[in-house]
Design a protein around this ligand. Structure first.
Ligand code: AMP
Length: 303
């Protein structure tokens, strides 16, 4: 089934203890679309400036990511720079240059409006609301955000949270949004705003999915080397929505499998800077790690 992804398309500059890159392909919508494209074609909506490298557009087209909704405007592409210290669970933002994003309004092409699976990747929550007003009610709508919007657009963020089915937050964002150090309480607070499912991502400590009656926790795939965590949350979202869209099955069991698909995708993303590892990733590697992951969490309750 069709997937619509709306979010940031960026040129990122990132420093980690293991290297640095400048003005490389990034953005929430890019990581999510690229990850989801391992499962299903993706319709991408976003904006770039005239400085956006042609080679990056070619890379997306090769993955069957439709760019009919990508606006190319006069001006500079959105830029984000950040760094990670040895504890790579938390990005420290150095600079966010909205550039063409400051005047952007998403226009959802007619042929995308009945997409069954919609991912509102991290962008201004007011723009996320504009997207929801343009699409027909999807089977599943998923929203991601970040501390930048929790602080600057809290009311709009609460409004859009009440309009979607599933909310993704990382642990610090959940604590900040809900004013509590306790993630179980934070998840319950977010559920009380309206969504049916909340997934809290905890970096190397995995993720937990909460509904009003269940909790499911998945560890992060154990890796010896993590080069750059940028985009892990979006790759997680892409794997999750891709898995759900390809099956069209929204049962609790299948959403649990989708959390694993998201965790596996995120584990590849962090193995290199920018999208480099996802670009090299093969379907065989993806399935092999999914199988290895199953062994990681498998246990028998009797001999
Ligand atoms: P993640 O590591 O999954 O949380 O997301 C990383 C991506 O988020 C980077 O590629 C950035 O370009 C993008 N990003 C950073 N700040 C913002 C923001 N304020 N709005 C939208 N996207 C952002």
């Amino acid at each position: 089934m069709s997937i619509l992804v709306v979010g940031s398309v960026a040129l990122d500059s990132v420093t980690t203890p293991f290297g640095e890159v400048k003005d490389v392909l990034g953005g929430s919508a890019i990581y999510a679309s690229y990850a989801a494209s391992f499962y299903s074609p993706v319709n991408l909506v976003g904006v770039v400036g005239k400085d956006f490298p042609e080679q990056y557009l070619a890379l997306l087209k090769e993955r069957k990511i439709s760019l009919d909704g990508l606006q190319i405007e006069e001006g500079k592409t959105f830029r984000w720079s950040g760094y990670y210290e040895y504890d790579m669970n938390q990005a420290q933002s150095l600079c966010t240059e909205l550039n063409v994003f400051s005047t952007f309004h998403p226009h959802i092409p007619e042929q995308y409006r009945s997409s069954q699976f919609v991912f509102l990747a991290n962008i201004d929550p007011e723009l996320q609301i504009e997207v929801l007003k343009q699409v027909k009610k999807p089977l599943l709508s998923i929203l991601d955000t970040m501390n930048y919007w929790i602080h600057s657009k809290r009311q709009s963020l609460l409004k859009v949270i009440s309009m979607v089915d599933l909310v993704l937050l990382n642990d610090n964002e959940a604590r900040q949004l809900c004013n509590t150090p306790n993630l179980v309480k934070a998840a319950k607070t977010v559920l009380s705003y309206g969504p049916k499912i909340v997934i809290i991502k905890k970096g190397e400590h995995g993720s937990s999915m909460f509904t009003n009656s269940t909790v499911f926790s998945a560890p992060a795939y154990p890796l010896e080397m993590i080069y750059d965590p940028t985009g892990a949350g979006d790759a997680f979202a892409g794997g999750l929505i891709g898995h759900l869209a390809v099956s069209g099955d929204l049962s609790d069991n299948n959403i649990r499998r989708a959390v694993i698909a998201g965790s596996v995708m995120a584990s590849f993303d962090v193995e290199d800077f920018s999208l480099n590892r996802l670009i090299r990733l093969t379907q065989e590697e993806l399935y092999a790690r999914y199988r290895a992951y199953r062994m990681l969490i498998h246990f028998d309750d009797q001999e």
